[in-house]
Design a protein around this ligand. Structure first.
Ligand code: SIN
Length: 505
C-alpha cells in the first residue's frame, strides 16, 4: 500500500457485515503522526451502532458458548492464517497510524498469531475442568469455567492490534462474544482486524467492531447488555469507566492502565547491559508504552559511570520516519508533544537538572517528532508533580541512592505500580524487591518493557485493578463454577437428629 493512498473507510463490522450509514454523528480524519501530509483515512461514526453491535454480540453468544472448545479452536486457527497472510499489510498500517518504525510494527504483527497459540496451548490449562475427590466426605467436587457473555474491548493507540488482541483472543476462545472499539487515533488497525474475522468466516456477531470517539466508548462500556469491559489506556479513562459502571454489579472490569516504571541499577550491575536495557526501556516507542522506564534509580557508586554512558548512547539515537532505519518515531499527536514539553518546564521548576533537553524536532517529514529528554533529580520529593506523573513520551528522570530502602521508597512513591526492573547479581536484593516493590511485574537484569504473553501482565495501585491480562486474561473472561456431585442413591444413614424425614406420624 502506498504511503500516499487514503485508505477507504469501510464502516463498522456488525453481525458479520460492514455497516455504514449515510449520516454520521462524528467525523474525523487521521493524519500520520510521522508525516502530517499523509492522510491515512477519513472516519465517521454513528452512536446507534453501539446498540446494534451489542445486540448482535448478545444474539451470537449462546450458540458460540455452546459450540464447545474444539469447534471454536478451528475458527481460531483460521483466524491465525488470516493474521499471517495479511500481516505485512498490517505492519504498514500500524506504522502509518502510530509512526512506529516498521521493525517495531512487524513484531506487533507477529504477536497476534502467537497469542492464539499461547491461549490454546498454555492459558487454556487454567480453565480446564478439575475434579476434587472427597471435596466433602464421599462426594466429588468439580471446578469448571463458563463464559461471561458479551465483552467490550476498548483498545489503545500505542499497540492498536496487539493489546486489544490480548483480551479478544482469550474472550473468544473461552466462549464469549466481543464488541471491539479501537482507539480513534488508530482506527485502521481495527478495520484490518475485522477484515480478518470476516475472511476467517466467524459466525455472525461473534466479533463486532465499532469505530468512534469518546461518546461511542462511553455508550459501549455503560451498556447494560455488556458483561465485561476489557480496557487498555490511561488511568484517567480507566477510573472514569470504574466510576460510570460502579452500580453495574454484573460487569467484570479488567483495567490495564498507566505506569511510572523504575529501573534500579545496583553497584554490582553490569553497566553496559544496564545502559542498553535502560535505553530500550526509556525510549522505545518514543516512551509511549505503559511499561516504559521513566525513572532510573542509580546506586551512588556507579552513578557517574552510568550517566556518562547513558547520555552518550541517548545522543546517538536515530529519530525519524518509519520507513527509514530509525530507532524512534514521533509522538502520536500535537497534544502529546505539548504535554512532553510542558513537563520539561515542570521538571525545571521543581529543581531537576536537565541533562538532555527534550524538544520538538523539525525533520523533513513534518510530524510530531521530539528529542529524548533526561533529567537528573537532585532530591527525591514524593509530592513532586514531575517525579510521579506519567508523561508518555521519551523522558527519563535519574535518581541517586545509597540504600535499597531508598530505591524502593522512590519506586513505590508514584501511585502507579506496573513494572520495576532491578539490575544486580544479588538474589537477596531481588527477593526483597519481590515483597516490597509495589508492582505487578518485577524484571531482573532486563528492561521494564516488552512483556511476555505467556506471563501475567498487570499492575498495582493506579496501574490496574488487580485483574492482570497476559496469560491470565482467560480467567477474567470466565466464571468459575463449583459443583458438588453425588450420584449415589438416597440413603437414610447419617441424617441429622430432629429431621424426622422418614417418621410417619
Ligand atoms: C504496553 O502495555 O504499553 C506495552 C507492554 C509491553 O511493553 O510489552
Amino acid at each position: 500500500m502506498s504511503q500516499d493512498q487514503i485508505i477507504p473507510f469501510k464502516g463498522d463490522f456488525i453481525a458479520g457485515r460492514w455497516v455504514r450509514s449515510e449520516k454520521s454523528d462524528e467525523e474525523w480524519t487521521v493524519q500520520s503522526p510521522a508525516n502530517l501530509k499523509d492522510t491515512v483515512i477519513h472516519m465517521a461514526s454513528r452512536f446507534d451502532h453501539v446498540e446494534q453491535a451489542v445486540q448482535s454480540a448478545r444474539k451470537a453468544y449462546l450458540p458460540w458458548a455452546h459450540m464447545g472448545l474444539e469447534k471454536r479452536k478451528q475458527y481460531m486457527m483460521r483466524l491465525k492464517e488470516m493474521f499471517a497472510s495479511k500481516g505485512s499489510e498490517l505492519a504498514e498500517i500500524l506504522s502509518r497510524e502510530t509512526g512506529k518504525p516498521l521493525w517495531e510494527t512487524k513484531t506487533e504483527v507477529a504477536a497476534l498469531g502467537s497469542k492464539i497459540d499461547i491461549t490454546l496451548n498454555h492459558s487454556i490449562k487454567q480453565i480446564t475442568e478439575e475434579e476434587i475427590k472427597d471435596a466433602l466426605p464421599g462426594i466429588s467436587g468439580f471446578t469448571r469455567h463458563k463464559p461471561r457473555g458479551v465483552m467490550a474491548v476498548v483498545g489503545p493507540f500505542n499497540f492498536p492490534a496487539h493489546l486489544p488482541n490480548g483480551h479478544i483472543i482469550p474472550a473468544l476462545v473461552s466462549g464469549n462474544t466481543v464488541v471491539f472499539k479501537p482507539s480513534d487515533k488508530t482506527p485502521v488497525a481495527g478495520q484490518w482486524m475485522a477484515e480478518c474475522y470476516e475472511k476467517a468466516e466467524f459466525p455472525e456477531g461473534v466479533f463486532n467492531m465499532i469505530q468512534g470517539r469518546v461518546e461511542v466508548g462511553k455508550r459501549l462500556v455503560n451498556h447494560d447488555q455488556v458483561d465485561g469491559v476489557l480496557f487498555t489506556g490511561s488511568y484517567e479513562v480507566g477510573l472514569k469507566i470504574k466510576q460510570d459502571t460502579m452500580t453495574h454489579h454484573w460487569k467484570v472490569l479488567a483495567l490495564e492502565m498507566g505506569g511510572k516504571n523504575a529501573s534500579v541499577i545496583w553497584k554490582d550491575a553490569e553497566i553496559k547491559k544496564a545502559v542498553y536495557e535502560s535505553l530500550i526501556g526509556s525510549f522505545m516507542t518514543a516512551g509511549q508504552r505503559c511499561s516504559c522506564t521513566s525513572r532510573i534509580i542509580l546506586h551512588r557508586d556507579i552513578r557517574d559511570q552510568f550517566v556518562e554512558q547513558f547520555y552518550a548512547a541517548a545522543k546517538k539515537l536515530k529519530i525519524g520516519h518509519w520507513r527509514d532505519e530509525v530507532f524512534m518515531g514521533p509522538l502520536i499527536d500535537q497534544a502529546s508533544v505539548e504535554k512532553f514539553i510542558r513537563y520539561q518546564e515542570i521538571a525545571k521548576r521543581e529543581g531537576a537538572e536537565s541533562l538532555m533537553r527534550g524538544k520538538a524536532l523539525d525533520l523533513d517529514h513534518n510530524g510530531y517528532y521530539v528529542t529524548p529528554s533526561i533529567n537528573l533529580v537532585k532530591e527525591f520529593d514524593p509530592k513532586s508533580v514531575y517525579q510521579k506523573s506519567e508523561i508518555f513520551g521519551p523522558n527519563v528522570a535519574i535518581f541517586t541512592v545509597d540504600t535499597i530502602e531508598e530505591a524502593l521508597e522512590i519506586n513505590n512513591s508514584s501511585g502507579f505500580g506496573l513494572v520495576m526492573s532491578i539490575f544486580t547479581k544479588e538474589k537477596a536484593l531481588f527477593d526483597k524487591a519481590l515483597i516490597e516493590a509495589k508492582v505487578g511485574v518485577l524484571n531482573w537484569n532486563r528492561t521494564t518493557n516488552g512483556a511476555s504473553s505467556k506471563l501475567p501482565f498487570g499492575g498495582m495501585n493506579k496501574s490496574g485493578n488487580d485483574r492482570p491480562s497476559g496469560n491470565l486474561a482467560i480467567q477474567y473472561c470466565t466464571v468459575p463454577v463449583a459443583s458438588l456431585e453425588d450420584h449415589t442413591p438416597y440413603s437414610p444413614a447419617n441424617q441429622p437428629p430432629g429431621l424426622n424425614f422418614e417418621n410417619k406420624e
